[in-house]
Design a protein around this ligand. Sequence first.
Ligand code: HAM
Length: 411
Amino acid sequence: MKIQPIRGTHDIFGEDLLLYKFIKNLISNLAEIYDYRQIITPIFEDTNLFKKPLGEDSDVVLKEMYSFKDRNDSFLTLRPEYTTPMIRAAISNNLLSKLPIKLFGIGPMFRRERPQKGRYRQFNQINFEILGTDDSFSDTEIITLADRFLQQLVSKEKFTLFINSLGEKNTINKYKIILTKYFEKYMSDLSKESQSKIATNPLRILDSDNPLDIKISKDAPKIKDLYSIESQRKFEQVKNLLDKLKVKFKIDEKLVRGLDYYCHTVFEFKSNTDESQNTLIGGGRYDGLIKLLGGPDTPGVGWASGIERLMHLSKKINFQPATVNVIILDEKYKEFAVQLIHALRENKIKTTFDYKYNLKKSLSNASANKVPYVVIIGEDEYQNNKYTFKKLSEGTQSVISLEEIINKLKK
Ligand code: HAM
């Protein structure tokens, strides 16, 4: 059998890579306009960085982290997400002395999930964080950035923004106790997976896609009934500001997110398809996380998006063909011809050569690759220091100098 990549990983090349680079450029330009600074952090970190913040009972920590013992007996983990490493980097490098700070990053993440379309074990995430403010405009601003980004990539009918508020941390804790009591009544009717979450992570039962769980969750107590006046006010502000900025959203009272660090605003942009891995962007507020990691007691908000999921939805980008294909009729003109090829490239003209030394094969390559011009070099050209220059679409050709070719192609 042919050698294969590790299950759940994939190679990105050809037109997919063009799309990948296009997405990276698009978001880097938006990051500049919204005034975010890029940060690159290591791919592995101390395992403890993730355990508590993401939640000892979260799926990521329980089942999905790639962790290993290093030679000095310390435990390392390939980062499963970017928020905690970014905050770690901000603390390590004293970036939190002047707040707020706006950071973004792009890079590979690792989760040992069951691979399927849109779900990989190594995938690439774009990540945005605002550290150091609980202003509701920061929630709105970062959501608006995500909305603009998606609208530039796919048309707006293709996705929906869902938002919810989880209230304060102690509201979530109270809510978990209430939910546990509620779900315990239906213990035997719930799916096996949800049964195991009743005591530890009952929030996750709310976003289960098992039909039995969905039915039972319908009548579950609602977190909005526990909001403090302040949480309610914050959520109203976020919604009003989104309205003002004409960012369309739907409230999803069951939206809880999979990681433990969230509070107040949480949101997800989902593609309007029936596919299971349809969350394009997920994020929310995480007041308390920076303190938990040893930094100042300052709030934060952010989101992340899987580039591979965006690639599934975006339009394909085609390769730009070379401008000119140089055809050398015999190897004996090689020394003469390579100088022309070099000169064209020095003049920033995209030039290709197929090493064939065969007119028929090279002409058919040129037309198959949609290269508009060819330069042919044979005995006459070599003797006269001129080149046959041909426009393939019109079949017209002339014998001209290098300077003339450059002038024509640079126009
Ligand atoms: P998350 O919801 O775990 O959040 O992941 C964010 C996004 O990463 C998902 O919506 C999806 O597009 C992509 N993603 C996640 N897992 C996979 C996978 N196995 N294969 C392909 N794509 C995947 C976070 O990671 C949070 N750190 C987001 C955040 C930033 N919250 C605040 N700041």
